[in-house]
Design a protein around this ligand. Sequence first.
Ligand SMILES: Nc1nc2c(ncn2[C@@H]2O[C@H](COP(=O)(O)OP(=O)(O)OP(=O)(O)O)[C@@H](O)[C@H]2O)c(=O)[nH]1
Length: 343
Amino acid sequence: MPFGQLVLGSPGSGKSTYCDGMHQFMGAIGRQCSVVNLDPANDHTNYPCALDIRDLVTLEEIMYDDRLGPNGGILYALEELENNMEWLEKGLKELGEDYILFDCPGQVELYTHHNSLRNIFYRLQKLGFRLVAVHLSDCFCLTQPSLYISNILLALRAMLQMDLPHVNILTKIDRIADYDPLPFNLDYYAEVQDLRYLMPSLEAETPAIRSGKFSKLNEAIAGLVENFGLVSFEVLAVENKKSMMHILRIIDRAGGYAFGSTEGANDTVWQVAMRNETSLMDVKDIQERWIDNKAEYDELERKEEEEQEKLREEQARAAAEADGLPPLGPASSSGIRVERKKK
Ligand SMILES: Nc1nc2c(ncn2[C@@H]2O[C@H](COP(=O)(O)OP(=O)(O)OP(=O)(O)O)[C@@H](O)[C@H]2O)c(=O)[nH]1
């Protein structure tokens, strides 16, 4: 049974970098996976692209042929894909891969109200794919209450529209310590606790429109988010292996990968749950990890990785000697290194 992640998020939230990092991380843990590019505007991918929507349709062609702008062009391209699902189905079949990362376009209309993306994945579900929507938001949004609340609304809308197991992630969390100090602990934002505490800073942000109506609107939005009670965020620094491991565990649970590809196969659900429970205890307090003691943790993890690297090299050398082979060069690093794009 194939599994997949739909990587969603507004432009620049880190979707392609995530796909690249997750692809490398899965390679390092021995899980075969492929990345499929579904963004018709993405003409350069850092990851090895197993299947590319641009082989079916490109944004430039659509904009030229149909005289559309970039936003309309992307929506039209996804409608094209929806009408040519055989192309995607055939491509996925030929790949024969058990795990696929789908790098989606950044146009938010595609996962707030336009139906093509939803219909495409609905078709894949019918083919047996077990999918998880992974919705990314740049943690920069925490620096302004209005941005943070907009991102919550966006995440909520995407959850309702995509109607799939869903994991929301605040990306680039390694940068959060570089921004101005936040008025609340990082957990407050990640757990989406009572938004009413943010109201004074929200109103201070826009003094020109402060009014009774504005306050009521904000309270109504806070009430709406609270009533749904669906949104919370995980945090991620894509080059940090522990952070990637934590995210993948959560996604595996959300999509059922953690329970094996067929019910009753291998370990029981309880065995898997027990195993994950102990590993989840390793998760640190995010405020402490990414803000209060970030430098100390970075240094600690760097040393840990160096030691693991040395150990791997020694083991590889010992294994080669035992087999009577010539000594090996340095073992290949399983660290995630992603290419940085200049924006
Ligand atoms: N520091 C840091 N930078 C990151 C991280 N993830 C992504 N970035 C950077 O964020 C920028 C945008 O990342 P992309 O992966 O291009 O974002 P995208 O969502 O694919 O963007 P579009 O293709 O425009 O929709 C790049 O410069 C990345 O290097 C992270 O975890 N930490």
